[in-house]
Design a binder for this molecule. Structure first.
Ligand SMILES: [Ca+2]
Ligand SMILES: [Ca+2]
Ligand SMILES: [Ca+2]
Ligand SMILES: [Ca+2]
Length: 434
């Protein structure tokens, strides 16, 4: 009888000792058991796409309607045996949402004593958030492994978080923060089409005598990707597609165009079915395409203009460059000399840099055969033309090679199947892309 009691006592001491050494250890013990707690109802978090980004200021009002993942002694699978940890001592929630440009994370922590000056810094109160982008189950290049602290410090993959935004602060019951990650950090994944990534997060608690507790959502470490990563799916994403505009189709008539003819500086070509471009820099093509309102919260991301080459004087190539036009012009009266009747270009041929046109090339295409050619315009120009239609005065196409090849193109007045047209690459909020 006596002997048995001693054995039990010894085992209890052993248990106590191992618990004590755990509390003093620098990090969690990877050999801890991994029980699934009944309150832990989710191991798949959804992150919905939103039109409007939260403001990263440490205030979490914008997050009230978002799905939250609660982490406390009862829901955390790691470490085991934390059911009795009071919520006020350590508990937290997180939420993840995304916009087309960034991923946003909110963290709210209950903690009865916030520590921010521990040595080494890894022993401070902090939260860890891991995106295992390739779902490899471990941290690998391209993954995102962050720690956020109550004193407004963020590390990303152990280093400086270039391009990130973050803000955190202490509250009456603990601390909270939010951060945003540039989409480019996710290795080119755009998250359209319900992309799933590995995900875990956790919180660590120092109440003044070293790291006392920690809670991890998945895996035996609170700030590292592990084979037990849960998943996070980016849902409700927008639809991106090309939208075409042809004069005379579906009520659209927003394309205007003409030739600026340096040989006949007063000639008007606005109503002609044919345009001319000449590599001696003496005939330019000017065109404007109005981009109609595509609906609430639609974004234009890119634009292309399509021209059909219908004839040329030599079987030679020429390089055609596109520039933004900076002032209004009138299709009916535009000429080499004038933007509109009585309004001279600053320099003939719409060549006043900074007044008639920009010097920056926003598109280029080799004309080498007859038939359709596409000129892809710079994305930021497409964005600006849509968001600031008052600044959209179109583009001028110039052939500056200096050779004597000229090309004829079908204008917007030509038959629909030949006529110059354009399209924009637009992003529509879910359900709006009919
Ligand atoms: Ca905020
Ligand atoms: Ca605490
Ligand atoms: Ca603490
Ligand atoms: Ca025209």
């Amino acid at each position: 009888m006596m002997k048995r009691k001693t054995t039990i006592l010894a085992i209890s001491f052993l248990l106590l000792f191992s618990l004590a050494s755990m509390a003093l250890a620098e990090g969690p013990d990877p050999k801890m058991p991994a029980p699934m707690h009944p309150e832990r109802s989710q191991n798949e978090l959804e992150s919905v796409w939103l039109v409007e980004a939260p403001v990263v200021d440490g205030e979490l009002g914008e997050w009230s309607g978002q799905t939250k993942l609660a982490l406390n002694g009862r829901t955390a699978p790691y470490p085991g045996g934390t059911e009795s940890l009071p919520d006020a001592d350590l508990s937290a929630w997180t939420s993840v949402i995304w916009t087309s440009d960034r991923v946003y994370v909110a963290i709210s922590v209950k903690d009865d004593y916030v520590v921010t000056n521990a040595r080494p810094w890894q022993h401070n109160d902090m939260a860890g958030i891991v995106f295992d982008v390739d779902q490899s189950g471990t941290f690998s290049p391209g993954d995102i492994d962050m720690t956020l602290r109550p004193d407004n410090r963020l590390t990303v993959n152990g280093g400086w978080p270039a391009g990130y935004e973050w803000a955190s602060k202490e509250t009456s019951t603990g601390w909270q923060g939010e951060l945003s990650i540039p989409m480019s950090q996710f290795g080119g994944v755009d998250f359209l089409g319900n992309v799933k990534v590995g995900f875990t997060w956790g919180v660590q608690d120092n109440d003044g005598i070293g790291v006392e507790s920690w809670l991890s959502w998945a895996g035996s470490d609170f700030y590292k990707g592990t084979p037990e990563n849960d998943t996070l799916t980016f849902t409700n994403g927008p639809v991106r597609k090309w939208v075409a505009f042809h004069n005379g189709v579906d009520g659209y008539n927003g394309i205007t165009d003409s030739t600026l003819d340096g040989w006949h500086a007063a000639w008007r070509y606005g109503d002609r079915p044919e345009l001319t471009i000449y590599a001696r820099n003496q005939y330019h093509l000017i065109t404007k395409f109005e981009i109609p309102d595509l609906g609430p919260n639609v974004r234009v991301l890119d634009a292309k203009i399509h021209v059909k080459l219908t004839g040329r004087n030599h079987d030679w190539n020429c390089t055609v460059k596109a520039y933004r036009v900076l002032r209004p012009w009138d299709e009916a009266t535009v000429t080499w000399n004038e933007a509109a009747a009585g309004q001279r270009w600053t320099r003939t041929g719409a060549d006043g840099i900074g007044t008639d046109r920009e010097s920056r090339r926003i598109g280029i295409q080799l004309f080498d055969t007859l038939g359709w050619k596409t000129i892809d315009l710079a994305n930021d120009v497409a964005v600006d033309m849509y968001e600031h239609p008052e600044n959209n005065h179109g583009i001028i196409l110039r052939a500056e090679d200096g050779s004597s090849v000229s090309y004829q193109l079908a204008s917007s007045e030509a038959r629909t199947e030949d006529a110059l047209w354009f399209e924009v690459y637009a992003e529509f909020p879910p359900g709006q892309a009919d």
